[in-house]
Design a protein around this ligand. Structure first.
Ligand code: MLT
Length: 407
């Protein structure tokens, strides 16, 4: 009989969001007419921007002509999209990131997992707690951890707690780690990093020869002009950080799929004593395992940077951020302690009366028919917290708030 990857058996029950879906299905099977409002998974709800749709329609028509038809595209993404990203997301903010340091992909979730392909097995890894579960689970799946303890913490992974006592700010470790996952604006807490905080992380990484995996999928939601959108706004970051970005949340591409990863050419790692550049390894990995994002979708993503696209995206992000404010204001006035939601589409809420995260999940599901995400699903330090996402229609967000406030 074939042997399986036994590392999968170390994983806890199920990936968080499928587990939530399972509980919802169970609830629905007993409550046929319930009007459920989903503020759980951070999935967008508003239509794709017109500029993106028009660009995709044009691309489809092109593909229907002899001269405009395209087969396999470049595995790294079409140069016109990479140049647009470089110019609009990086050069415009003073970051010297060139088009060929940008790799277009079908998602940040995939990239932040696949990156482990080019990294050694014996790195000392640190994640925050709570954390986006993908970072942890993919380390487990690839045999980089031991078993989980009773708290669900995996042996071999190092957890940096973020909680209300440290203002949801991960403290710079005293220990030396080789690989650190950071996510700002943070999923799940909605916390943001200042320039000073990111500078401390870059200094730490440089002093310890560490690599930072920086997930900036939610950067579009930063409203405070003093906050950095990219880790490359910090001097020296090109020597110690990889950045993940996405069109999922700013342009509503969760179903359309387009993202990108930045691997600066100056980034180095070691194979034994030999110095190797990470760009070449990732390029090799992508060329072998990936055939690129469809031409049509890349044209849609390019339109994000057009004049109309920028206006439409600002409106879209503003819409979700107004939702975030509605959540924050309503719950705060109802007596909840609410964090985040100012520069991020997530509100991180302390559960009332020391209720456990899953108990509060069940309570809201049963009593208000509102779905959120239990904080403990993001790690042991998320216990006692609950995440509500701002991704839904205005009517649903208002209705959900009314139901919770009236409980
Ligand atoms: C979430 O709810 O945390 C997001 O959907 C994560 C993701 O984008 O994969």
């Amino acid at each position: 009989m074939v042997q399986v990857n036994a590392d999968y058996l170390k994983l806890k029950a199920g990936y968080l969001f499928p587990e939530i879906s399972r509980r919802i299905q169970d609830f629905n099977s007993k409550n046929h007419n319930a009007d459920l409002i989903r503020l759980g998974i951070g999935d967008v709800t508003e239509p794709l921007p017109l500029a993106c749709r028009e660009a995709m329609k044009r691309a489809i028509e092109e593909m229907g002509t002899e001269s405009g038809f395209r087969g396999y595209g470049p595995e790294q993404g079409y140069l016109w999209l990479r140049e647009s990203i470089s110019k609009n997301d990086y050069l415009s903010r003073g970051c010297e990131i060139s088009a060929d340091e940008i790799f277009v992909s079908d998602g940040s979730k995939c990239d932040s997992s696949n990156i482990l392909d080019i990294l050694g097995k014996n790195n000392k890894i640190a994640v925050t707690d709570p954390v986006y579960p993908v970072y942890v689970d993919t380390n487990v799946m690839t045999g980089r951890t031991g078993e989980a303890n009773a708290n669900g913490e995996y042996l071999g992974l190092n957890y940096i707690p973020i909680n209300s006592e440290n203002n949801f700010e991960a403290q710079i470790p005293k220990e030396k780690f080789d690989l650190i996952y950071l996510c700002f604006p943070n999923n799940p807490t909605g916390a943001v990093a200042t320039k000073e905080q990111l500078t401390s992380w870059v200094e730490y990484a440089k002093n310890n020869n560490a690599l930072i995996l920086f997930d900036a999928a939610y950067e579009a939601f930063i409203k405070d002009d003093s906050l950095p959108h990219s880790i490359y706004e910090i001097e020296g970051a090109k020597d110690c950080a990889i950045e993940f970005r996405s069109f999922s949340k700013n342009a509503g591409f969760t179903g359309t799929r387009c993202a990108f990863t930045v691997i600066p050419k100056s980034l180095k790692g070691k194979a034994g004593q030999e110095e190797v550049d990470l760009w070449s390894l990732w390029n090799r990995r992508q060329s072998t395992k990936f055939n690129g994002v469809s031409y049509i979708v890349q044209r849609g993503a390019e339109a994000v940077y057009s004049k109309e696209g920028q206006i439409q995206i600002e409106k879209l992000v503003g819409f979700y951020m107004d939702n975030a404010q509605i959540i924050k204001e309503n719950l705060t006035s109802a007596g909840f302690e609410v964090f985040g939601a100012n520069n991020a589409p997530y509100a991180w809420i302390k559960t009332p009366e020391k209720m456990s995260s899953w108990d509060f999940f069940d309570f809201l599901l049963e009593k208000a028919n509102v779905v959120g995400t239990p904080g403990s699903g993001f790690g042991a330090a998320g216990e006692g917290y609950f995440r509500l996402s701002a991704f839904n229609s205005r009517a649903n967000v208002e209705k959900a708030m009314q139901r919770i406030v009236e409980l």
